[in-house]
Design a protein around this ligand. Structure first.
Ligand SMILES: CC(=O)N[C@H]1[C@@H](OP(=O)(O)OP(=O)(O)OC[C@H]2O[C@@H](n3ccc(=O)[nH]c3=O)[C@H](O)[C@@H]2O)O[C@H](CO)[C@@H](O)[C@@H]1O
Ligand SMILES: C=C(OP(=O)(O)O)C(=O)O
Length: 443
């Protein structure tokens, strides 16, 4: 079994470069099958397990996908598309469901395995389906699949989302690109990843306006063609390294960031006393001697992102005073609390709130990633815990972070990724094991 082993106590310094955003690249790759003519070229693609999974989904749909593993994907979706995405891929990564909108737009028929629940919550897809049905699709659920069909072509409609779901906004937006007439999505998600997707769709010939606001208008066109597109930087990976700098009382330049995407995080970390300097090529983060307690409440963008909740909790364990974290987006995103407790983290859960009375003397322990951000948060905690922290279940971390341990080591962390079977001399850490992607895990 692979583990990340980290020994606390090193102050991080230097520069780290952020990759293209996981949550932007997955819908963009899904959208590439909308092009019935021409190839798409997508740049700044991170070499993540999730990217390999979505590429496999596309190949199952009879699309040619070439990924060089270094940032560039070419997609050729000119052939007739198949319509079924099997459970094998959807269980690994829920974002596989994002091919439903493009398939309905292009073929009028899709059969996708039901995503099911996952560690952070039940994550229903009712808002996606409500949108497709409003556009004329007939949806049936049976035998573990969701099948949607359109008689002729989807038609535009006004769709009000009960909650600004990121995935549903993306799926409906993609479906609407070639619908007859105009689709208006109200109470749409406003995340930067939605804007990234809309820019790609427009480069393909779509007419999407208002992405990044609560109302998105899509005027249907007859056909989309392949296009070139560069993925935005990953604001969550950036945030994770910002916390790494702060928690270790270090001084790190996080490069390739768009600070306008980091506003809620910059605000909260500054309140904690972290020094954050916006430079031309990135954001410099300097950890103070003493961190101050702060409260956060996760919300849809531009609120505080749920994907940074566990990493911020790691920081709060080290802050003086009482911090309260309220998780409003996912009903079960406190799985990491149990693991923090194994490291002497004193956290009380009351309903959707976690109460942290810091600072506490954190101790290294063997802990398991419960989801990808929880895994990252445990590694961050290990940076300051006494002794060795061993983080297992790395398949989660690999979904969202490229070479996480290597990047931290380059900043001065005492960290290694090892196979349990290997007898590693901790005091004398060697080159990391190469990234091995487990093809059989479930997200
Ligand atoms: C690949 C990707 O981009 N993943 C991100 C995306 O996930 P994802 O797109 O799955 O998240 P959503 O915004 O859809 O989900 C937010 C909330 O809405 C609920 N919901 C969602 C859809 C639906 O049809 N019905 C429903 O009730 C979910 O259960 C959840 O409680 O946004 C989340 C919220 O910022 C992030 O944590 C994920 O990292
Ligand atoms: C929850 C996340 O991703 P996904 O929606 O792909 O599970 C995440 O990126 O933190």
């Amino acid at each position: 079994m692979e583990k990340i082993i980290v020994r606390g106590g090193r102050q991080l310094s230097g520069t780290v470069r952020v990759e293209g955003a996981k949550n932007a690249v997955l819908p963009v790759i899904a959208a590439s099958i909308l092009a019935s003519k021409g190839k798409s070229h997508i740049y700044d693609v991170p070499a993540l397990a999730d990217v390999y999974t979505i590429n496999q989904v596309l190949r199952t749909l009879n699309t040619d996908v070439t990924y060089d593993g270094k940032g560039h994907i070419e997609v050729d979706a000119e052939k007739e598309l198949a319509i079924e995405a099997p459970f094998e891929y959807v269980r690994k990564m829920r974002a596989s469901f994002l091919v439903m909108g493009p398939l309905l737009a292009r073929v009028g028929h899709a059969r996708i395995a039901l995503p099911g629940g996952c560690a952070i919550g039940s994550r229903p897809i009712d808002q996606h389906l409500k949108g497709f049905e409003a556009m004329g699709a007939k949806v049936e659920i049976g035998n573990g699949f969701i099948e949607a069909k359109v008689d002729d072509r989807l038609h535009g409609n006004k769709i009000y989302m009960d909650f600004p779901s990121v995935g549903a906004t993306e799926n409906i937006m993609m479906a609407a690109t070639t619908a007859l007439g105009t689709t208006i999505i109200e109470n749409a998600a406003e995340e930067p990843e939605i804007v990234c997707l809309a820019n790609y769709l427009n480069a393909m010939g779509a007419k999407v306006r208002g992405a990044g606001t609560g109302t998105i208008r899509i005027d249907g066109v007859d056909e989309l063609v392949g296009a070139e597109h560069t993925i935005i930087p990953d604001r969550i990976e950036a945030g994770t390294f910002m916390v790494a700098a702060a928690i270790s009382r270090g001084n790190v330049l996080v490069e390739n960031v768009l600070t306008e995407h980091l506003r809620p995080l910059i605000a909260k970390m500054s309140e904690m006393g972290v020094i954050i300097i916006e430079e031309d090529n990135g954001v410099r983060v300097i950890g103070p001697e003493k961190l101050k307690a702060v409260d956060i409440k996760t919300m849809p963008h531009p609120g505080f992102p749920t994907d940074m909740q566990s990493q911020m909790m790691a920081l709060m364990l080290n802050a003086e005073g009482t911090s309260v974290v309220t998780e409003t987006v996912f009903e079960n995103r406190f799985m990491h609390v149990e693991e923090f407790r194994r490291m002497n983290g004193n956290i009380k859960i009351e309903g959707r709130a976690a109460i942290i009375n810091g600072p506490m003397k954190l101790q290294g322990a063997e802990v398991a990633s419960t989801d990808l951000r929880a895994g990252a948060a445990l590694v961050l905690t290990g940076l300051v815990a006494d002794g060795y922290t061993r983080v297992t279940e790395l398949k989660h971390i690999d979904r969202g972070y490229v070479n996480f341990a290597d990047k931290l080591r380059a900043l001065g962390a005492d960290i290694e990724r090892v196979n349990e079977e290997e007898k590693v001399e901790i005091e004398n850490l060697e080159a990391p094991a190469p990234l091995k992607l487990d093809p059989n895990f479930a997200s």
